[in-house]
Design a protein around this ligand. Structure first.
Ligand code: AMP
Ligand code: MG
Length: 344
């Protein structure tokens, strides 16, 4: 398939992208979290082609994107009061709510569930595309299944060129990790995936919000998590990643030892860290000064290690805060839960 790579965005080209979606095609587009891979959420065949293009397991449902909070009734058949409060405060933005679905939302979108994940992105290109399409857009992240999510158009081109109809290039996603998902159909609203809106943020409007136990723990064999995506390998580069977690000083010491050992074993070693030293690694990438910057750089860094044929990566995690939960959730998965705690 010839993929159109759209660099010039104007009313005409956007109308064309909207037509592609409406007519059953696949278009990748920038959002403030990561790039999405969109199809008409009411067209079963179009939605099936998302799963095929990504190699995504068919029991892992997608998020439906709409342009305005006011349109939520077209996708959800019930919007409880606390969901309204959360949307009023955080939407448009990096928040996804799980609600009961309207019958005409394709079952392929929801993987047969009676609930649907809904997001109103704040990115102007994403909103313009939804309006141009005139239909809700089902979109997961625009990467090959299992790989780090794309935060730059070049990541999408790497994974999706030749597999989809079009890619809209719109610069870097400034948040860099996917949206916070809150299940509003549970007895207590429950965060299923941490993201740009923290638990603390949510509790300012909805004090009883809970956090699902699988946010940091892996899913056991045969267990059915609330969020089907939790049971799959995710965000994993080709390199073998290990997280080293603890205080700044103790993680620095541990990573330096691990790097020396891996190099002695003839490996090409990468380090992703906040500390301002090079650890003797073949490639040291900075994760920034805080967890917000870490979230913004994480997926790009994981892809960069692969570009440079790094075989082993040590990732430092040394600040525990509200935003850190989203970073840790992604890091632990990219490391297949290989974590060394330095004990302080
Ligand atoms: P992605 O857009 O690639 O980050 O994937 C969307 C995430 O939302 C996946 O982890 C899905 O399992 C999750 N998700 C989508 N719909 C639902 C739903 N109705 N209930 C629970 N989780 C959902
Ligand atoms: Mg994804």
């Amino acid at each position: 398939m010839n993929t159109v790579i759209l660099r010039e965005i104007n009313n005409e080209t956007m109308a064309e992208m909207g037509r592609i979606i409406r007519n059953g095609g696949l278009v990748s587009f920038p959002t403030e979290t990561v790039y999405g891979l969109g199809a008409n959420a009411c067209d079963d065949t179009a939605v099936q082609s998302i799963y095929a293009a990504k190699g995504r397991p068919s029991d892992n449902p997608l998020i439906v994107h709409i342009a305005d909070v006011a349109d939520i009734g077209t996708v959800a058949r019930e919007v409880p009061e606390n969901a309204k409060k959360i949307l009023e405060k955080f939407a448009p933005g990096p928040i996804t709510v799980i609600l009961k679905k309207q019958p005409y939302i394709s079952n392929t979108v929801t993987a047969g569930l009676d609930t649907v994940a809904i997001r109103i992105p704040s990115h102007p290109i994403a909103r313009a595309l939804i309006r141009a399409a005139g239909v809700p857009i089902a979109a997961p992240s625009s990467n090959l299944s299992g790989k780090p999510s794309p935060t730059k158009a070049e990541h999408v081109i790497h994974d999706m060129n030749g597999r989809i109809d079009a890619i809209i290039c719109g610069g870097e996603s400034n948040i860099g990790v996917e949206s916070t998902i809150v299940d509003m159909t549970a007895e207590r609203p429950t965060v299923l995936r941490p993201g740009g809106i923290t638990l603390e943020d949510l509790r300012t409007v909805c004090p009883d919000v809970a956090a699902d136990s699988h946010i940091l723990q892996s899913v056991a064999e045969g267990e059915q998590p609330k969020c089907p995506g939790m049971k799959y390998k995710h965000y994993a580069p080709d390199a073998d990643v290990t997280v080293v977690e603890g205080s700044r000083e103790s993680t620095e010491k541990k990573i330096s030892e691990l790097v020396a050992k891996a190099k002695a074993d003839g490996k090409k070693v990468g380090v992703l860290a906040m500390s301002d030293i090079d650890f003797g690694a073949d490639l040291k990438l900075s994760s920034g000064k805080n967890n917000k910057e870490f979230a913004n750089r994480l997926f790009d860094a994981l892809r960069e290690f692969d570009n440079q044929k790094i075989s082993v990566v040590y990732a430092q995690f040394c600040i525990q805060d509200g935003y850190g939960l989203a970073v840790k959730n992604r890091l632990y998965k990219s490391a297949g839960n290989k974590i060394i705690y330095t004990g302080d």
